[in-house]
Design a protein. Structure first.
Ligand SMILES: [Zn+2]
Length: 375
């Protein structure tokens, strides 16, 4: 191993100041899609996951005998997740860009940087009579689901977001509660009372109502950190399987958002073990979604992230090579571009996306075109 001696020299990690250049988008925003129309659209957002995390998944979590779930995607690209506030973003601004097509400010959910309410893709989907659903391993009023359901400048006002959620036409919501009773977060009883104005509560077995063909809006609500692990029962994969059953039994097109918060939560505190478990959970859930699309057809599966967290680098200590080590460069979000992968009809429409807001523009165009082609 003598030839690797130079890798063992201790070098302090340096940083230097580089000027940000805010380039404008070209006419890419207006690209029209002319291919096969997807009937169903599934969007998977892995909060905080960048190409460093993906590299760890590819190089440590896959066996030689089984193809990786990542290689099954037909389109593999990236997007620049910057907000209207420069190169960095947060989940509120990034999810808002992806669901409305407009870049916005930190902390803004479903509103532009000046506070104007933006229409999101779920609101268009309700009008087009899609069945809509959200599954998250985080709390249900968290930034990412909230950007698909609500409009607010205050991401901490859980009572307002929950009230807005119960006033939507959403058909399914599975996720956790968090910080009950703190600041603007109501206690569990009040939370359930707000949500039960729209949703019927499923028990832990997730048995769907068989009355009315399961068309009653449903919720499955868990306590803080109850469903976050791979070993939880239910876990994200099982919740997603139930959601697919519900969504596909309605004889209507559907739009489903699946969110995993684990990578972001783990990367903010540099918890490598939790990153690995989060990646396993994401891979396992993506396998279910891709299988659904393969068997049923007509289903676009879009995988992406809202931003990178931790500045993760997969590096090697040559004393332990080929084992990898995770190195972190920040406890915050980084400005690294993030993966954007697609499978199924409509996948190629996402091949040349540059900016997160273009994802929203394309999703809106796909479901709006659906209306005219059905008439
Ligand atoms: Zn974060």
């Amino acid at each position: 191993m003598g030839s690797f001696y130079f890798f063992n020299i201790n070098i302090s990690i340096s940083s230097s100041d580089i000027e940000f250049s805010p380039w404008q988008l070209t006419d890419n925003e207006e690209v029209e899609y002319v291919g096969e129309q997807p009937e169903n659209i599934i969007i998977f957002i892995a909060d905080g996951m960048g190409f460093g995390h993906l590299s760890i998944a590819l190089q440590t979590l896959n066996s030689e005998s089984q193809p990786s779930v990542w290689q099954e995607f037909e389109v593999k690209g990236w997007h620049d997740a910057r907000s209207a506030f420069g190169p960095l973003t947060d989940s509120e601004a990034s999810a808002t860009a992806m669901t409305t097509g407009t870049s916005t400010q930190f902390g803004h959910i479903g509103i532009d940087k000046d506070g104007k309410v933006l229409e999101n893709i779920f609101e268009i989907a309700y009008d087009q009579e899609y069945t809509t659903g959200i599954v998250t391993d985080s709390y249900i009023w968290d930034a990412t689901p909230a950007a698909f359901l609500a409009h607010t400048r205050n991401e901490d006002d859980a009572r307002d977001i929950l009230t807005q959620i119960s006033a939507t036409n959403l058909d399914l919501i599975f996720g956790e509660l968090e910080d009950l009773g703190e600041d603007d977060v109501p206690e569990k009883d009040e939370t359930m009372e707000i949500l039960s104005k729209r949703f019927k509560l499923l028990d832990r077995t997730l048995k769907l109502p068989d009355d009315d063909n399961g068309s009653i809006p449903v919720m499955a609500i868990f306590d803080e950190d109850e469903i976050q692990d791979l070993d939880s029962s239910p876990n994200l994969t099982q919740l997603t399987e139930t959601a697919l059953k519900y969504m596909s039994s309605q004889d209507k097109p559907f739009m489903l958002l699946v969110e995993s918060e684990e990578i972001d939560a783990a990367s903010h505190v540099h918890n490598s073990k939790r990153v690995i478990n989060g990646l396993k959970s994401i891979q396992q859930t993506l396998a279910v979604l891709l299988k659904f699309s393969k068997i049923r057809g007509k289903t676009l599966v879009l995988f992406t992230s809202d931003h990178e967290t931790g500045g993760l680098a997969p590096v090697a200590d040559f004393k332990r090579y080929p084992n990898l080590q995770i190195k972190w460069s920040t406890k915050d979000h980084s400005a690294a571009v993030v993966p954007l992968f697609a499978y199924g009809p409509g996948a190629e429409y996402f091949a040349d996306v540059h900016r997160n807001s273009e994802i929203g523009i394309r999703l809106k165009s796909l479901i709006s075109r659906d209306k005219t082609s059905n008439e």
